[in-house]
Design a protein around this ligand. Structure first.
Ligand code: FES
Length: 345
């Protein structure tokens, strides 16, 4: 898929929003999803990086990118990309999405926790929820180094003013001298949740996007207060590759059949190749990005047989119950399998 850069908006000293046009393709996505872009590194080897969409579907398609230390691709996107450039990428993907509208009602509250550029998918989700006006309460807890690092500050303040009875924001700045306004500690998370959720815990969703330790701390507090895993959605930016992968309970060869848009292709796969690795070895192109069970780009639906995953940090119980699997960490076990490739929605 080719994305034409229509405009470049400087958000902060190290963050830009790229407004994209998918040219001949129709792009469908949900608030909170990302686009995986495909680059060639210095050695000509293909590399992939994912960046969150910050627009909502009735706005021009936009991604927001922060330049990160040692991030050669984020540096290209933030410093070099200009209007008229064309980027190669996959269709939007990801499971960090809002519940289906049929599951949202006027009793629901959403508490969003974002750190730094973790605001990008959350900004899109907040706009989508405010537009729907279906919820009881929306709260954003947003941590940054300093006020100058806040992405979408003006836009967020305007939303808080336009929807003052529905939406409120807590800002935390590391350079604040008052420690209670500087760091999001576990006691402050607990205070915010107690104040904002009250007796409405069963109807509240928590959405977290930031560094691993930050999300872990919030998750521990929330779980301690009685939230269940299904109420806590997380998006992880830093990919962690497992140093040791577990061996599937069945390592014999099995046939994999992929069905996509009515066409099908089959090949024989054998451990240690995952489904994705064996597809690549057999010249079958499947979508992927992190290859570490963390992003969901490679997800497929298993319509026949059984898939065992050595790692899964994106699919929830109900999605697995509906047959969703990850090809990058999945192996066919106990017989042949059939997979359908397609959208999560
Ligand atoms: Fe990211 Fe499989 S490619 S979960």
């Amino acid at each position: 898929m080719q994305y034409l850069v229509k405009s470049v908006i400087k958000e902060t000293h190290d963050v830009v929003t790229l407004v994209l046009d998918a040219q001949n393709d129709t792009i469908e996505y949900e608030a909170g999803q990302f686009i995986t872009f495909i680059f060639s590194n210095r050695n000509g080897k293909e590399e992939r990086r994912s960046y969150s969409i910050s627009s909502i579907p009735d706005e021009p398609l936009s991604i927001t990118v922060k330049r990160v230390a040692n991030g050669s691709y984020s540096r290209i996107l933030v410093e070099k990309v200009k209007v008229g450039d064309v980027l190669t990428g996959l269709a939007p993907a990801g499971f960090f999405i809002l519940p289906h509208t049929s599951r949202i009602n006027s009793k629901n509250s959403f508490i969003f926790f974002a750190a730094g550029s973790g605001i990008s998918p959350i900004y899109s989700q907040i706009k989508a929820l405010l537009k729907s006006q279906m919820t009881e309460r929306i709260v954003l807890v947003y941590s940054n180094q300093s006020k100058k690092d806040v992405i979408f500050y003006e836009q967020l303040m305007k939303l808080a003013s336009d929807y003052s009875s529905l939406f409120s924001i807590y800002f935390f700045f590391s350079d604040e001298s008052d420690y209670r306004k500087a760091r999001l500690s576990s006691s402050i998370v607990s205070e915010i949740l107690t104040k904002e959720v009250g007796n409405n815990k069963m109807n509240t969703w928590l959405y977290l996007c930031g560094p691993f330790q930050y999300m872990l701390m919030i998750t521990i507090v929330a779980r301690g207060m009685g939230f269940v895993n299904e109420q806590i959605k997380k998006e992880q930016f830093v990919i962690e590759y497992p140093s040791v992968t577990k061996v599937p309970p069945d390592v014999t060869a099995h046939t994999i059949t992929i069905i996509e848009k009515g066409k099908q292709v089959s090949w024989i796969s054998k451990y240690p190749d995952t489904i994705l690795q064996s597809a690549k070895r057999n010249g079958v192109q499947l979508p992927f990005s992190c290859e570490a069970g963390q992003c969901g780009t490679c997800s497929a639906t298993c319509v026949k047989g059984k898939v065992w995953m050595y790692k899964n940090e994106v699919l929830m119980e109900d999605e697995i119950g509906n047959g969703r699997i990850l090809t990058c960490t999945g192996y066919p076990i106990d017989g042949d399998i059939e997979l359908k490739i397609g959208s999560v929605t």
